[in-house]
Ligand binder design. Structure first.
Ligand code: FES
Ligand SMILES: [Fe+2]
Length: 372
């Protein structure tokens, strides 16, 4: 009986995630993936613990002693972490959980000389090393390796601190196509623009939001204003191992990039580079700067999308905030409608447009790879 149950469970969890490598033959993810909390839970360790997350801007820990606590994916991973810059200037991501009896150590961002737990006084250096603790004189083999704060993988990219609990792929490998393609841009001048940044709450599964982002197919149907800015006939898709690119080409009279001679995009009127990093980070580069979209699951039918705006120095252009906001509302409306439809008894799986949904297919194949 147990064996039958196990087989049934195995089949239930695994079978639907076979996504053919051949997009012409492939079916989309099954509706159950978006509906069932079992899949949402399965993604916690297999996907979210293994992927890279935006934690903070490096500018938030700009001076020695600066410490910023945060919770990684609240409600999903729920992992208390902190960023700390030590007195030598090195930034690290550390566990924010005391190695004695698990109290959260740092409750508020600020400048610290050391990290002291307010429960029984255990004290750590800013690099996470155990320093001292009262009342532990008789304890044997103490302190040991497990008494230091756990070190979490952290990389800086574009002035952003990106962290991962158990990365299966290095960040550099993931972002290399983006780094190379954009090497001619003044990326090191990007500066956070809080006035043009905001959070959106979407009543839909996080992957439905990503599915929608990963195709420009819907632009003529859903985004009339954006559609006028783009030359839709030249919209293009490119796939890389763990990221992909949608290249939006500007219509006449629209602001656009001017890539230098010899660049793969030289001569193209590039309106935007829409880079997606598996599974939930969107780097949208415009002539004025970067719109970073961080897609965070809250529940199987609720998602937080953080729009963070960064401007190039001397770009001479304002962020197109009103247009981004309008486009976002249009996307939310359609994604929330899909959330209602995905519950239907009459929907299971769809098919892909070969020419216009290669990035959605790419996403579904990567999900199958990580979750099955
Ligand atoms: S839990 Fe931190 S010192 Fe006891
Ligand atoms: Fe859209």
């Amino acid at each position: 009986m147990l064996r039958i149950l196990k087989l049934f469970f195995f089949d239930f969890m695994k079978e639907p995630f076979q996504i053919s490598d051949d997009i012409r033959k492939a079916h989309t993810l099954p509706g159950a993936f978006y509906r069932e909390s079992a899949w949402f839970d399965r993604a916690k360790e297999r996907l979210w613990a293994a992927s890279w997350h935006y934690a903070a801007d490096a500018a938030e820990v700009d001076a020695p002693g600066k410490v910023v606590p945060f919770v990684l994916l609240p409600g999903v991973l729920d992992e208390p972490l902190l960023l700390a810059r030590d007195r030598h200037g090195t930034v690290r991501c550390l566990s924010n959980v005391c190695t004695h009896r698990a109290k959260v150590i740092v409750e508020a961002a600020g400048s610290y000389r050391q990290l002291t737990c307010s429960y029984h006084g255990r004290c750590f250096d800013l690099d996470g090393r155990f320093r001292r603790m009262p009342g532990f004189q008789e304890v044997e083999d103490f302190p040991g390796e497990r008494d230091h704060l756990a070190q979490i993988s952290m990389e800086e990219w574009l002035g952003l601190c990106l962290v991962s609990l158990q990365p299966t792929v290095g960040l550099e490998e993931m972002v290399r196509p983006m780094r190379e393609r954009l090497s001619w841009l003044p990326l090191n001048t990007l500066t956070y623009d809080p006035e043009n940044s905001r959070d959106y709450f979407v009543q839909a599964h996080w992957a439905l939001y990503c599915d929608n982002y990963l195709e420009g197919f819907h632009i003529p149907f859903v985004h009339p204003v954006l559609n006028q800015a783009l030359d839709f006939s030249r919209y293009a898709y490119e796939l890389f191992p763990y990221c992909n690119l949608q290249l939006g080409i500007a219509d006449e009279g629209q602001p656009c990039f001017d890539p230098p001679a010899g660049h793969p995009d030289a001569g193209k009127r590039v309106f935007a580079y829409y880079f997606w990093l598996f599974p939930n980070l969107m780097f949208n580069f415009y002539p004025w700067g970067l719109s970073l979209n961080v897609v965070e699951p809250l529940a199987p039918d609720r998602t937080l999308v953080r729009f963070r705006t960064y401007r190039f120095a001397d770009a001479g252009l304002q962020p197109a905030e009103a247009q981004l906001h309008q486009t976002e509302l249009e996307d939310e409306a359609v994604v929330e409608s899909v959330q209602k439809g995905i519950r239907s008894r009459h929907y299971d799986r769809g098919r892909f447009s070969v020419s216009m949904e290669p990035c959605v297919h790419h996403f579904h194949r990567l999900l199958a790879q990580f979750l099955c």
